[in-house]
Design a protein around this ligand. Structure first.
Ligand SMILES: O=C([C@H](O)CO)[C@H](O)[C@H](O)COP(=O)(O)O
Length: 207
């Protein structure tokens, strides 16, 4: 299972510092949606330049203009770009077209989708690399939140999936047991007093 570090920060400078600390322990460096909205796609270029050996994911969460948005992110240096599962199929097909042009990949984020397993099967048939079983920061803050349902949806989908939803060192093993290809961790790494140590702890918890 790969480890993806979601950098939900607001400046390229901070993202570069976070990435420098965590990179030895993670496989995928994710530029979070708030970071891209705040700093722009130049942040993607800066992270890829600093870490050419890492997979760089631009979390665009595209909802429309799939081909155009994916194209500009790939041109900026992204290896993977996210499109929302609630987008129309034509948006996803457009993003896949851009990915094929660049030799890169599309991840469909299933945040807010009720039938995650069913939609996962549909979008994989459209040519996306994998899907993300995702509960966002707001959903995580809701009373009674548990990401157990994400793991069940992933298993039920039968397709390649990542999981994101507040994963930490005590829960990452359950993510791996669910069969996830990628565990996405944001706050448990960037919110730790020692970012490198937190990333290393997550890595060590992966069997
Ligand atoms: O995608 C995310 C969210 O929508 C804000 O951009 C997060 O990166 C994702 O949820 C992972 O972060 P944590 O939940 O803090 O682990």
């Amino acid at each position: 299972m790969k480890l993806q570090f979601a950098m939900d920060t607001l400046t390229t400078e901070h993202a570069l510092a976070l990435a420098a600390a965590a990179a030895p322990h993670v496989d995928i460096l994710e530029l979070g949606t708030p970071l891209i909205k705040s700093a722009g796609l130049s942040a993607v270029t800066a992270i890829k330049a600093a870490h050419p050996d890492k997979i760089v994911l631009a979390d665009l969460k595209t909802m429309d203009a799939g081909e155009l948005e994916a194209d500009i992110a790939f041109t900026a240096g992204a290896d993977l770009v996210t499109v929302l599962g609630s987008a129309g199929n034509s948006t996803i097909v457009g993003a896949v077209k851009a990915a094929q042009k660049h030799g890169k990949g599309i991840v469909v984020d299933l945040i807010g989708v009720a039938d995650k397993a069913g939609r996962a099967q549909e979008v994989v048939a459209l040519g996306v690399d994998f899907v993300e079983m995702h509960a966002g920061l707001d959903e995580q803050a809701e009373e009674g939140f548990t990401f157990a349902t994400l793991l069940r949806d992933g298993e039920a989908s039968g397709v390649k999936f990542s999981v994101a939803g507040g994963i930490n060192a005590s829960t990452i093993a359950s993510v791996q047991r669910s069969g996830a290809a990628v565990a996405v961790a944001g706050g448990s790494i960037y919110g730790a007093p020692d970012v490198g140590a937190a990333a290393a702890e997550l890595r060590a918890a992966i069997i």
